[in-house]
Design a binder for this molecule. Sequence first.
Ligand SMILES: Cc1cc2nc3c(=O)[nH]c(=O)nc-3n(C[C@H](O)[C@H](O)[C@H](O)COP(=O)(O)O)c2cc1C
Length: 175
Amino acid sequence: MKTLVILVHPDMENSRINKSWKEELEKYPDKITIHELYKEYPDWNIDIKKEQELILKHDNIIFEFPLYWYSSPPILKKWLDDVLSFNWAYGNEYRLKGKNIGFAVSVGGPETEYSKTGYVKFSMNEILIPFEATVEYIKANLISHYILFDATESLSKEKLLESTKNYIKHIFSIK
Ligand SMILES: Cc1cc2nc3c(=O)[nH]c(=O)nc-3n(C[C@H](O)[C@H](O)[C@H](O)COP(=O)(O)O)c2cc1C
């Protein structure tokens, strides 16, 4: 079954990491659908029916985004508010029940700082708890997060290539 990657980046033109990941995803059009929210909805007027239909066509859904202020870029919050509607995602109907949902996040800071003793004070698992709670609430299956730390201009080409290959492997390992 095809994987839907919901890509949430407000500035793809200047992206390095998510652009590299996207270029790799594009090599598998029969297995992966890429859906870019900022490109699709420059006016933020989300077509709820279209989004819901797209979700129903896929068993695996990955939300991919750069970490912005310890969360996602803002259109994803609006997308969740609009698309996960009452009696569709929860209430009398749980249409995402049993779907595999995961998060692929590029993080500018180093992994060592994402701990109790680092300057961030919290781990990425803790930071992503609101997203995890959402997945739980709609009765979908949460799959492991795919996180790249040190996601900056200084990340070596080799590390970027490695993360890009591992991202695809991660997607293809979803059962
Ligand atoms: C508005 C903004 C907020 C950011 N907030 C964080 C943050 O909270 N933690 C962090 O480690 N990096 C943060 N960063 C760095 C981004 O996560 C990093 O630039 C991005 O993941 C790189 O991916 P890209 O090359 O696809 O843009 C932020 C960057 C921007 C522009």
